[in-house]
Design a protein around this ligand. Sequence first.
Ligand code: NIG
Ligand code: FE
Length: 408
Amino acid sequence: MKRIGPFSQVVTLRRLPLKGPIADDQLEIITNGGIVVDNGYVRAVGRFDELGRGYPHAAIEEIHGNHTLVPGFIDCHTHICFAGNRARDYAMRVAGRSYLDIAAAGGGIWDSVLQTRAADPHELALSTAGRANRLLQAGVTSIEVKSGYGLSADSELAMLRAIAKAREHTPADLIPTCLAAHMKPRDFSGDESAYIDHILMDLLPVVRNEGLAQRVDIFIEASAFKPSNGRYYLQKAKSLGFVLTVHADQFSTGGAEVAVQCGAVSADHLEASTDQQINLLSRSNTVAVVLPGASMGLGMGFAPARRLLNAGACVAIASDWNPGSAPMGDLLTQAAVLGAYEKLTLAETLAGLTFRAAMALKLSDRGTLDVGSLADVQAYPTADYRDILYNQGSLKPMYTWKKGIRCQ
Ligand code: NIG
Ligand code: FE
């Protein structure tokens, strides 16, 4: 058992609304605070000196100087398992070339599929862990990781096994998701529904039996899968026992509706969502995950995070880190910029990076600093929590702890 502190401020993010707006004065801020950690979990939170009286035998991990402690961030949507790079796509895009031009020149998702299929599995695991460790240095202690650059039963399994292997090379928690329904692969001879049946019959049972993922994702979009095929796929995947999530309403609507109808745990992207989808999401238990990194990578507008919150939705913020639309991979910078444009309170942005992101992954043991939660925490070199977002990503955590063990 150990007592960590003192911290100028401890921002617990506990006892806040799970959905809808949050004002900054609702935040619990403990000054001169600390935590007691036992076996990877938070045993107590409070004023550092009082914790000393309550736990006189706990070892002390002393923190010098002014620091602010917050829960570790949770990146609930990434594609960090990939090989190669798509800088050529980016150069074409900023030169004004269209999506179709880029695909015709050999770019787009399919380019990453070819590069990822060709990668050595060990290298793929190591590069995935390398990106996870970069996120961890930036205070992100739990990371969802999608497959989706394999797009055949064998290569999707290879990706999911690489993600499992990556876990051996990072202290961050990696939560895998099967995104075999990212697009119909160009080398598949049948139509969209035949590909979906192929995944359902030849891939998902193996994924389940090998315990490679408990979550299934699909890209519902004019350029990927139609809503009707998406609904069919998600219902079947659910009956196989998978938790559902959807790439929804990125360029056109349809996906969010299917996500809510099928009881998906989250609908992610939502840049194209209108009042109709916003109201639907706000009345549901589906978390609205917004991905400012994709808007920044593509040079498009942000998802309507403010309107979603005002309507009462649960809004989480994730990086979407991928080689195509979101190459930056800096969640804090993206969330801070989104907050500035969308007028999110600091509390709403911090909630979207922590306990609301945990809800998108159905993880109830993290995202707040509370008795019984995982000791996944990060400390910023400031005495004022507002500096974390005010610096728009340029202030990084000085220390990060995963399950109570300091990893920087
Ligand atoms: O979330 N929208 C679809 N999938 C990814 C992009 C993947 C890629 O371009 O490689 C996304 O933005
Ligand atoms: Fe994505």
